[in-house]
Design a protein around this ligand. Structure first.
Ligand code: ADP
Ligand code: NI
Length: 217
């Protein structure tokens, strides 16, 4: 990566860090740094344009619609404005904005509009951060934020959720494992993503087994 691009990455890191200063723990700057690192790791094996991948990973959650009254246009707008003030080409800006618009799980429930290798890599990284030990921690953070119960044996998971139901997030956190987290392994785009997902998936199954053992003592 040349000097110009390294500068762009450093500026973007500063911008994102400051924007996410007050973000909730599941979507904070640490989440962004984990997704960045995972994206780089996957790209080492799968290829792709490194500048697009890094900028896409850094900007993918710049304004999560969940925390902006459901408005899904704010994130892409903020990213576009920021990038237009950096030395990034118009074509690259368009690509990165499309990545941000199409990366999320809820949008995939309605059929994704756009794809590229770079999007596939960042999407795998974002999904990997939703599973395994870190994924479990994030799910309970989100469940706490929604004041959802940990578990309710009477409440069966809804395996065929549409986007609107998913967004309401009224479920138990244990049900969220079946409604989303356990599905992610088979939704990985790249072989490298899938490989990393296997281990994290196994750990979630182990967690659930222990959870039910303790619940049903
Ligand atoms: P995406 O941005 O891909 O659409 P979300 O924003 O829905 O994904 O999810 C972000 C994080 O919050 C993930 O770790 C996800 O598992 C968690 N999460 C989302 N909905 C729930 C829920 N109803 N209960 C617990 N965790 C949730
Ligand atoms: Ni994310």
């Amino acid at each position: 990566m040349n000097n110009v691009n390294s500068n762009i990455i450093e500026n973007t890191k500063k911008f994102v860090k400051q924007k996410l200063e007050k973000a909730e723990a599941g979507h904070d700057y640490w989440h962004i740094l984990r997704v960045l690192k995972l994206s780089e790791k996957i790209a080492e094996k799968e290829g792709g344009n490194m500048l697009i991948i890094k900028l896409g990973a850094l900007l993918h959650d710049i304004a999560d619609a969940k925390f902006h009254n459901g408005d899904e246009t704010i994130g892409p707008q903020i990213a576009r404005k920021f990038l237009s003030e950096q030395q990034v080409s118009e074509d690259d800006i368009e690509h990165i904005v499309k990545i941000i618009e199409n990366i999320s799980f809820k949008n995939s429930l309605e059929g994704q509009q756009f794809t590229s290798l770079e999007l596939q890599i960042i999407q795998d990284a974002d999904r990997l951060d939703a599973i395994g030990a870190i994924g479990i921690a994030r799910a309970f953070i989100y469940g706490g934020y929604k004041n959802n119960p940990i578990y309710d044996p009477e409440l069966k998971p809804n395996l065929k959720m549409d986007k609107e139901t998913y967004k309401k997030g009224n479920t138990t956190t244990i049900n969220h494992f079946y409604e989303k987290l356990l599905k992610l392994k088979d939704m990985m785009n790249t072989p490298t993503g899938k490989q990393i997902a296997e281990d994290r998936h196994r750990f979630m199954l182990q967690f659930l087994e222990q959870f039910y053992k303790e619940w049903n003592i």
